[in-house]
Design a protein around this ligand. Structure first.
Ligand SMILES: *Cc1c(COP(=O)(O)O)cnc(C)c1O
Length: 374
């Protein structure tokens, strides 16, 4: 299989798996237990906390372990609202991951007011609209750093500064950015940041939430006093150990691997262009992740292309969500002004450091074959 769907999830790095194995075996202690088995688990967990903090330039005690990206995002948004009951306004964007999009839609039903920032044709926000949207009763801003469908990057530093000046809590969904772009929270006034291990060659179902010190954030899950009362429940020690090692490996690999991955992606795009002169590429090419490409092959149904590619051993993704059998055109592409029909013929290919140039000719040939069969 040629796996080009790394924005959905990534293969676990063998070094991550090796580091996790003892905690699925002899090292099974509960980190809250004071005996030797518990202490060993706690020590491993605290090492992982330092490793994941280093990936984002934060202090270890500001990192809270969670059950993944969706839980981190929900904790950040619900927590920021609960901490400021007098503020009922939220600012987000129209191209969020469903974790944020569907939560904010639910919050609207609960009586909160949500401003959905529009984006331009390249998928970037309108900063004038953003600045005007910030109000005295705005409880928080929550936006995505790198879009999962297009890879487009938001100007997070600028947006965080504007919110910070107005003393508005700023949460960033960095699930797709972590491990792919350098992050230094010592320099950027972000208050909350979400990430998930499985998007950078770690295990699924484990993530972290950065909570800037001094920000009182009520927990989503109440119960035991784990994570200093910030997230109850016995910790997923094997997952957390895997998250830590994955974070360290991603940080070390980033300066060398992201330029290599960008070159792979660019070569793939050039191959698509030469085979399909009518291909339409989506997302601002100057502001996007190194690993992602999203394009339409007009007149070809993306679901048919995906199925054809799958039969030929190539995994990619369609930029649309399937709800009860009906395919909805991607809300991300629609927000960028892409028509429904073009959105329905759009594919996403996302690379990782595990991909090689040797895979490109076969992937391009498969795309050509799948398109010819439609
Ligand atoms: C994958 C993803 C999420 C959700 O993370 P889970 O670990 O699947 O809960 C949130 N935001 C973005 C941008 C993502 O790519």
């Amino acid at each position: 299989m040629i796996y080009l769907d790394n924005n959905a999830t990534t293969p676990i790095d063998p070094r991550v798996r090796e580091a996790m194995l003892p905690f699925l075996g002899a090292s099974f202690g509960n980190p809250s237990s004071p005996h030797a088995a518990g202490r060993a688990a706690r020590e491993a967990m605290e090492k992982a906390r330092a490793q994941v903090a280093a990936l984002v330039g934060a202090s270890a005690d500001s990192m809270v372990f969670t059950g993944g990206g969706t839980e981190s995002i929900t904790t950040a948004i619900r927590g920021a609202l609960a901490a400021q009951p007098d503020k009922r306004h939220i600012v987000t964007s129209s191209i969020e991951h469903s974790a944020t999009k569907n939560l904010c839609a639910q919050l609207e039903r609960e009586g909160f007011e949500v401003t959905w920032l529009r984006v331009d044709g390249g998928g970037r926000p309108d900063l004038a609209q953003y600045a005007a949207a910030l109000r005295d009763d705005t409880a928080l801003v929550s936006v995505i750093w790198a879009n999962n469908e297009t890879g487009v990057l938001f100007p997070v530093e600028e947006m965080a500064r504007l919110a910070d000046e107005r003393r508005i809590v700023f949460h960033i969904d960095a699930v797709q950015a972590a491990g792919k772009v350098p992050i230094n929270l010592a320099r950027v006034p972000v208050h909350l940041l979400s990430l998930a291990a499985h998007k950078f060659h770690g295990p699924k179902g484990v993530g972290a939430l950065f909570v800037r010190s001094g920000l009182g954030l009520p927990p989503l899950l109440r119960g035991g006093g784990q994570e200093s009362g910030r997230r109850a429940g016995t910790e997923n020690v094997p997952g957390i150990v895997g998250l830590g090692v994955a974070a360290e490996l991603a940080m070390l690999a980033l300066p060398v691997e992201m330029p290599r991955v960008a070159a792979l992606r660019d070569e793939f795009e050039a191959g698509v262009r030469s085979r399909f002169p009518d291909a339409r590429f989506h997302g601002d090419p100057a502001h996007r992740l190194a690993n992602t490409t999203n394009f339409a092959l007009p007149g070809r149904d993306a679901q048919g292309l995906l199925a054809g590619l799958d039969r030929l051993g190539v995994a990619c993704s369609i930029g649309s969500a399937c709800t009860s059998g009906e395919v909805d055109a991607s809300h991300v592409l629609r927000a960028m002004g892409v028509g429904d029909e073009e959105a329905r013929s759009s594919l996403r290919f996302s690379f990782s450091r595990m991909n090689t140039g040797a895979e490109l000719p076969a992937a391009l040939a498969a795309l050509e074959q799948a398109a010819a069969r439609l």
